[in-house]
Design a protein. Structure first.
Length: 104
């Protein structure tokens, strides 16, 4: 066994030493990478959805109003006990009509 030199500072004693990653550190790094991917994917889908709505000519205020009216309709149907339905969209002249289509 070699002699340990005396009078070295802490920095000098640990010179060249590389600590191995613990399992905990590896799991945390993998979790952080997965979370970063999930956030990037969610952000991209939000941008894509906003882009599609803007192509339809709806700005944020109109999208908000439309969402509120659809929610009101869904709540009324739920109160009436109607749970199986889909939405039908039709156009009559200058009006666009969204009506529930009941399923059996």
């Amino acid at each position: 066994m070699a002699k340990i030199p005396k009078g070295l500072s802490d920095k000098d004693m640990f010179k060249g030493y590389v600590e191995e990653d613990s399992m905990e550190a590896q799991f945390l790094a993998a979790e952080a990478a997965e979370d970063k991917k999930r956030r990037a994917k969610a952000f991209a889908s939000e941008r894509e959805q906003a882009k599609r709505i803007n192509l339809a000519g709806l700005d944020d205020a109109l999208t908000e109003q439309l969402g509120k009216k659809l929610l009101e309709l869904k709540m009324e149907l739920f109160r009436e006990g109607i749970k199986n339905y889909s939405m039908k969209i039709s156009r009559e002249g200058e009006s666009i009509i969204i009506t529930p289509k009941y399923k059996k």
